[in-house]
Design a protein around this ligand. Structure first.
Ligand code: M6R
Length: 373
């Protein structure tokens, strides 16, 4: 039931604060101690021995779930220094890849029935490297993926009907962060200060998602500039690069406008040639450690008369000017910013698609669950 919403996709976008809160509740509890929040003792407790032995992480997934994996790579490597590779399942399964001993293989899938992801998992299991641990990060407890893996980490998004993944993605990110923290604690490779700050920031996340939903009207106004566009670029750096990829996927999937996500540092290596006055460029620009570099990239685009649509934090003090539009996103800590910045790119794609009259919940040629390769 869509309730008051015109489409399932919009309903599901709006469900994100609750869906993320439910997912976080699996692992987060408040305490009476100096630290306000801690990881619950029972979170993945049965799997502590498995997690304590892993030395490498291999993520396998498709589409939006693959983008969640790309964010997790930054987290695993930056926060707990465990090397992490991420690959689309359709490539991984056919190239005879090396899976090193003591790997944690994380299969991310909303449906748990994606053919390529299941086959890639089976391929690894066939070679059974020493110390292999497989984990399903999945929204459907009864799925094939959950049955065939050692550990089940659920996303508590609730059923997702719209073909475009929204709440499945943000709950995947929330759960991946919990997994990184749990692994860090189990292997004693995360310092307390960092852990407790992140737990506190995680607790604030549902409210920050609420606050970004409140920007809907300004994002809708922004979307009007995209109605007649043929092509669009999404730019981000660091943790926002996967969100640029996700924004581009969302836009092309439901509005049928060609879109590409790029790491902003790659502009000069090709895509800058595309930039002219007809090219909208969406930029994910929180005030983080990469902001100054990103600003230089935006200037390069502006100098070539590209039209910039920037999601920025207020702290960045970016000011709108000719061919530069800004929507301010509530301040959020750098590590968790990709979760909050997912919302404006979802809303932008949604409004562009509605304006262009496409079938938002059931885009042409696509299926919710891709059970054939
Ligand atoms: O069910 P899965 O997460 O395995 O599905 C993977 C992709 O097919 C899926 O994320 C797809 O890219 C989305 N429809 C994009 O919005």
């Amino acid at each position: 039931d869509k309730g008051e919403f015109k489409h399932y996709m919009l309903k599901e976008i709006y469900e994100q604060p609750d869906a993320v809160a439910r997912t976080l509740d699996m692992a987060l509890e408040s305490t009476e101690t100096a630290h306000s929040y801690q990881l619950r003792d029972d979170f993945l407790q049965r799997h502590e021995t498995q997690l304590s032995n892993i030395r490498h992480v291999q993520v396998i997934a498709c589409g939006t779930s693959y983008h969640a994996g790309l964010v997790a790579k930054y987290w695993f490597e930056n926060l707990i220094r465990i090397p992490c590779s991420v690959e689309v399942a359709s490539e991984f399964r056919y190239r005879n890849p090396v899976v090193v001993d003591n790997s944690l293989v994380i299969c991310i899938s909303q449906s748990g029935e994606t053919a390529d992801t299941l086959s890639a998992l089976r391929e690894i299991q066939k070679h059974s490297p020493t110390g292999l641990v497989s984990l399903a990060l999945c929204n459907v407890p009864t799925s094939s993926l959950v049955r065939e893996t050692d550990i089940f980490l659920p996303t508590l998004a609730g059923p997702e009907i719209g073909v475009a993944s929204t709440k499945a993605f943000t709950t995947q990110l929330a759960a991946l962060m919990l997994l990184v923290l749990k692994t860090g604690v189990t292997q004693s490779c995360i310092d307390d200060e960092r852990l407790y700050t992140l737990l506190e920031n995680l607790h604030k996340l549902p409210n920050q998602l609420h606050a970004s939903l409140n920007l809907d009207a300004s994002i809708k106004a922004m979307s009007e500039s995209f109605e007649d566009k043929k092509s669009c670029l999404f730019l981000g750096r660091g943790l926002q690069f996967p969100i640029a990829l996700e924004g581009a996927l969302k836009l092309k999937e439901i509005s049928y406008i060609h879109a590409e996500g790029y790491a902003a540092g790659e502009l000069k290596h090709g895509p800058l040639a595309l930039v002219d006055k007809d090219m909208p460029i969406v930029v994910l620009a929180p005030k983080d450690s990469m902001f100054d570099k990103l600003k230089a990239n935006m200037q390069e685009v502006h100098a070539r008369h590209g039209e910039l649509f920037v999601f920025a934090s207020e702290e960045s003090k970016m000011v709108a000017e000719d061919r530069l539009h800004v929507v301010y996103i509530p301040d959020v800590c750098e590590t968790l910013a990709p979760i909050v910045y997912s919302v404006p790119v979802q809303l932008l794609s949604y409004h562009v698609a509605v304006m262009r009259g496409t079938d938002v919940d059931q885009p042409r040629n696509l299926a919710k669950s891709v059970t054939v390769e």
